[in-house]
Design a protein around this ligand. Structure first.
Ligand SMILES: [Ca+2]
Ligand SMILES: [Ca+2]
Length: 399
């Protein structure tokens, strides 16, 4: 009896050693306690609780994900590593609740514990006018040397069951790149879409209806580009026209031009063909004059290569004015969102790297969420571009 006991003890010990050995081999990585600390939007104050919410920890090198239910806990024990964290849920404060989101990129979590502060911002899922397609790569030149500039376009879609007027909708592009992770001072994307262009659809307010389930196309040059291997955009609804002494842009007189409020460019605006910025549409509820006077911001950052102080210039469009925003990035070049997470929590892509020549001729097209009995299509819009778009697809005009 005594011997048998000793034998089973030895067996157990051997097993334990074996298990420890396996565990050492598999997990050379120490575990760390990741503790979340949240800053709610100002109007919420400091006292709030989660009624629903999840934090997803993604280890960047292994792409392994750990999820944490925020209603029951604010910390999780995970392997040390470099993480991105995204948080989404609903918080209760007083008698009210609000949807909130937050995120952190490239954060080192190390043992024994790492405290992570996440700023939460309000978000809403829009059901109005959305980007249906973004085509800024341009069609591949027949010479094989890049893409055309003139046949880029944005397609906007009325995702509701009622007519919406396009009059007054502004088209925007960030000066901030999603392929850089600079720290900007002051932070231009804390609660605004920071833009380097403002081109506004003209009209008296009821001039350009978009019927439910219909779209409009805003082209760079509303011409027939087919002789240059491009698209026929003669029937575009609008174009943006930049008047220059060199005539670098063209003006089709039968297609209305956007009203140019501001462009960083002294010549023509060519939306990024590297697709590493964010695009937005907004309704600006103040006059052009007031907007240009009151919403300008120059921010600075330290360039990591030379240590010099550099600047970005642009206009702040408060998040509440944004109808839709889409971050774009090449998959392997993503560093940070160029917008507040409240207007878009991820990015869509056309290619794996910003220099991938296969990107020309590709666009991103919003997914269909459902088709109503009357045939009206509802597009998917969760303000989460990675989830909402078909990425790197052939431009719709060529499908
Ligand atoms: Ca143009
Ligand atoms: Ca024109």
């Amino acid at each position: 009896m005594k011997l048998r006991k000793l034998f089973s003890f030895m067996q157990f010990t051997a097993l334990a050693i074996l298990l420890t050995a396996c565990s050492d081999d598999e997990n050379n990585v120490k575990k760390a306690n990741a503790i979340l600390y949240f800053c709610a939007p100002e109007w919420v104050g400091e006292s709030f609780s989660w009624t629903e919410g999840t934090a997803i920890f993604t280890e960047i090198n292994t792409d392994s994900k750990t999820s944490l239910e925020l209603t029951s806990n604010d910390q999780v024990n995970i392997p040390e590593g470099l993480y991105s964290i995204s948080v989404e849920g609903k918080i209760k404060y007083g008698d009210n609740t609000t949807n909130v989101r937050g995120s952190k990129e490239n954060l080192l979590i190390s043992a024994p514990s790492t405290t992570i502060e996440i700023t939460l911002s309000y978000y809403t899922t829009s059901s109005g006018i959305v980007f249906q397609e973004i085509y800024t790569t341009g069609s591949p030149k027949s010479t094989g040397t890049g893409g055309l500039t003139g046949d880029k376009f944005f397609k906007l879609y009325n995702n509701t069951d009622h007519t919406i007027y396009a009059d007054g909708i502004a088209l925007l592009e960030t000066p901030i790149l999603t392929s850089d992770d600079y720290e900007y001072t002051p932070d231009p994307i804390k609660s605004s879409f920071y833009t380097q262009v403002v081109y506004v659809i003209p009209g008296n307010g009821t001039q350009y209806p978009i019927l439910p389930g219909k779209s409009i196309v805003i082209a760079d040059q509303a011409n027939d580009h087919t002789s240059n291997n491009g698209l026929d955009l003669q029937n575009a609804d609008f174009e943006w026209y930049d008047e220059t002494s060199t005539g670098a842009d063209t003006d089709n007189p039968s297609v209305p031009n956007l009203d140019k409020w501001y462009s960083y460019s002294l010549s023509i605006w060519t939306p990024t063909n590297q697709c590493n910025r964010a695009f937005g549409i907004a309704r600006i509820p103040v006059s052009k004059e007031d907007f240009l006077n009151d919403y300008y911001l120059e921010c600075t950052y330290i360039h990591p290569a030379n240590g010099k102080t550099m600047s970005k210039k642009g206009y702040l469009v408060p998040s509440e004015w944004i109808l839709d925003a889409v971050n774009m990035s090449a998959k392997s070049n993503f560093k940070m969102l160029a917008t507040p997470v409240s207007v878009d929590k991820s990015y869509a892509y056309v290619a794996t790297t910003i220099s991938d020549n296969s990107r020309f001729g590709k666009s991103i097209i919003r997914k269909v969420a459902e088709t109503k009995e009357n045939g009206r299509v509802i597009l998917q819009d969760t303000n989460d571009s990675a989830n909402d778009f078909q990425c790197g697809v052939t431009v719709s005009y060529k499908q």
